[in-house]
Write a protein that binds this ligand. Sequence first.
Ligand code: ZN
Length: 167
Amino acid sequence: MTPTRPILEYPDPRLRRPSAPVSAFDDDLARLVEDLLSTLYSTSGIGLSAPQIGALQRVLVMDHSGDGTAPEVYVNPEILGRAAFGIVEESCLSVPGITGNVFRATRLRVRARDQHGTPFEHELTDMPAVCLQHEVDHLNGKLFIDRLWFWRRLLIRARAGRKKRGG
Ligand code: ZN
């Protein structure tokens, strides 16, 4: 069993840095993918990006099966087209305790590579589409709370500040 890795939490500055594209599809990448999946499965989340465990590389994993049987790996993902926009409720393993409504596409096309470097394209709808956008945001140093209304962001900042001071 691969050990899990700590998930960085807001306001850790590493969550704000853009991740670099993967160029080597090697053992290090395989290890990173394993770590991402085992860390994801140790939580109640449905998606996790590499920067959330401190690896600033364009890799994300998702599993929408609910029982850990359908891992999906996206390396260097690119969203090609978005459609069917709506308001959806999101939360984030790196921003514990916060949920908020975000404007997202509920249909999209994504191009990526798997962990062996093989390119593929998927059409995603509903929760998988929303989750993928959330994780791609992480690869760009963006958090879902950036997409919330201003007053909500103030509240989150105030709470994070309290947490930092008070332990
Ligand atoms: Zn997140």
